[in-house]
Design a protein around this ligand. Structure first.
Ligand SMILES: *[C@@H]1O[C@H](CO)[C@@H](O)[C@H](O)[C@H]1NC(C)=O
Ligand SMILES: *[C@@H]1O[C@H](CO)[C@@H](O)[C@H](O)[C@H]1NC(C)=O
Ligand SMILES: *[C@@H]1O[C@H](CO)[C@@H](O)[C@H](O)[C@H]1NC(C)=O
Ligand SMILES: *[C@@H]1O[C@H](CO)[C@@H](O)[C@H](O)[C@H]1NC(C)=O
Ligand SMILES: *[C@@H]1O[C@H](CO)[C@@H](O)[C@H](O)[C@H]1NC(C)=O
Length: 481
């Protein structure tokens, strides 16, 4: 059950996570008891084999015009449907049972993929994706319906999309008003995305994994469209799609595609498993993609200070947190870093509206220093071989520091430094006392279920400068090496 603990922390990383968490266990319970429609042992690769569910015959009403969107005149639609109706059913060919189009078998995400006649219809609550099986199958198909949390994880609170696979006794799907000859990808932007770690780990990185191989020839249909999110990360969206992004729930068209993918394929925390990714994309390629999207020079992808022609001090960005795990003696830490020889740039807590400027700032740094927390996600904008320098708070947090940041950082080809604080450098030491369970037995708090409240939420850090300075010096040596 280790992975449950993992999830617990991922979610409680943000303080709104607790509500979602409760739901997660419900989902987990359902998941472990199995979904009847997937009782078979067959697996249905969602991520890598885009062509898997390609039907044997075409059901397109009219050939779509190249490259663009086609508004369909109503008369033509009628004619086409009539001709479709009089089309002879396939001769006595072997009846191929419908593949399930939705797959719940991955522990991390749910997803669907349809090829053929797929239609997206917006709805203020739950938008609907219709799948109409080809004529040879529609007689024998079972009508089915799924509700999909259309992000990259099975967490509650993500807006669900309804996927309906029809058969000949189903009420007909609404008629197409717009047809597009590129695939569509349906996903949600709500959830925990206000937190930058979740923005990248839950949406942007899995979005890259799921859609990059389309080379921009894909349309995004976003459910629970968060305008601020799309604006904040618009460079990443623009780099992934050549088409208008649709606010699906508020859309009143019936959008038809020959290929619709629902949900994002997330593999691990802030990380891609190349073995399961199209074109074997990996986390390093994701970082390079993000650099490119933000116009950070790819050819300059060496740490800043490696440029000897710059008569400048190495640069360190220090992430200052507002809430839990704040550096109480930030000024002393900054002074020590400057003393050692760094130029220090402060990243103040708060919402970063302009990611372009911020990305450039991070790019200009050799070291990104911060206590375990979402701000470290900005390591994505660092250059190859730059240093992620994570301060590990009190309370058995090494595994979380590794899984959420250090491991992804190494995959991104950054270097990693860490500083484990001692109990005395935690404000919990004063608050609860040196003999308390909080200081002496973090595992007991994990069992009680309030470890995250104490260590993630209540704890601030006051670094012992004389103990910390040698590690700053080590960082400087690494930069100069
Ligand atoms: C959407 O959900 C809200 C809240 O449950 C409900 O009041 C509203 O009637 C629903 N809208 C439609 C069109 O069903
Ligand atoms: C269509 O699917 C429904 C629900 O699975 C089923 O009850 C019905 O018999 C199916 N219709 C046909 C014609 O197979
Ligand atoms: C090195 O510094 C020079 C002078 O500022 C600048 O033109 C060049 O782009 C820098 N190169 C790298 C690799 O940072
Ligand atoms: C920090 O603590 C962990 C767990 O005890 C240990 O594995 C790691 O090596 C320590 N890191 C440093 C830099 O001392
Ligand atoms: C954690 O929960 C236990 C059991 O409910 C309680 O006794 C303890 O005071 C709590 N500790 C903290 C730090 O919240």
């Amino acid at each position: 059950m280790k992975f449950i603990r993992k999830i617990t922390y991922t979610v409680t990383e943000t303080w709104l996570g607790l509500g979602f968490l409760l739901g997660f266990f419900l989902v987990l319970a359902l998941y472990l008891t199995g979904f009847p429609q997937f009782a078979s042992t067959e697996t249905y690769g969602l991520s890598t084999e885009m062509e898997r569910f390609a039907p044997k015959e075409e059901v397109a009403l009219t050939p779509p015009s190249q490259g663009g969107e086609t508004k369909i005149p109503q008369e033509e639609l009628k004619k086409a449907e009539e001709s479709e109706n009089i089309e002879e059913p396939q001769e006595t060919e072997e009846i191929v049972p419908m593949n399930p189009i939705c797959d719940f078998s991955d522990w991390r995400y749910d997803g669907c993929e349809m090829h053929g006649d797929a239609r997206a219809v917006g709805h203020e609550n739950n938008s609907i994706i219709y799948f109409i099986p080809p004529p040879s199958l529609i007689q024998t198909a079972e009508a089915q319906e799924w509700k999909i949390r259309s992000q990259s994880r099975k967490i509650v609170g993500i807006r669900e999309v309804i996927v309906k696979s029809l058969n000949s006794s189903s009420p007909p799907a609404p008629e197409c008003t717009i047809r597009k000859n590129v695939p569509a990808l349906v996903f949600a932007t709500n959830g925990l995305t206000f937190n930058i770690w979740h923005a990248f780990s839950d949406v942007l990185l899995p979005l890259f994994t799921t859609s990059r191989a389309f080379d921009g020839e894909v349309q995004f249909l976003i459910t629970d469209y968060q305008d601020w999110f799309v604006r904040k990360y618009n460079k990443i969206f623009k780099a992934l799609t050549n088409y208008e992004i649709i606010d699906l729930d508020n859309d009143r068209e019936v959008r038809c595609y020959e290929h619709i993918v629902v949900g994002l394929r997330g593999h691990r925390e802030l990380s891609i498993d190349p073995a399961r990714a199209p074109r074997n994309y990996d986390t390093f390629q994701f970082r390079m993609f993000v650099r490119d999207a933000y116009s950070l020079p790819l050819w300059l992808d060496v740490p800043y200070k490696a440029n000897d022609s710059l008569d400048k001090k190495p640069r360190m960005m220090i992430i200052l947190r507002g809430g839990g795990r704040k550096f109480e003696n930030a000024d002393e830490i900054i002074a020590a870093a400057e003393q050692v020889g760094f130029e220090v740039i402060k990243s103040e807590p708060g919402f970063t509206e302009d990611m372009n400027d911020f990305a450039k700032k991070v790019d200009s740094c050799d070291v990104l220093l911060g206590a375990h927390g979402a701000g470290l996600t900005n390591m994505i904008f660092l250059r190859t071989n730059a240093i992620l320098f994570q301060v590990v708070p009190w309370g058995n947090m090494n595994w979380a520091c590794n899984i959420f940041y250090n491991d992804p950082a190494r995959e991104m080809r950054l270097r990693v430094l860490e500083y484990n604080i001692t109990a005395k450098e935690s404000t919990l030491y004063e608050k609860y006392g040196k003999d308390s369970v909080v200081i002496n037995d973090p595992e007991q708090l994990e069992k009680w279920g309030n470890a995250s409240v104490a260590y993630w939420g209540e704890q601030n850090l006051r670094l012992d400068i004389s103990r910390f300075t040698p590690v700053l010096e080590q960082a400087l040596q690494l930069v100069k090496a």
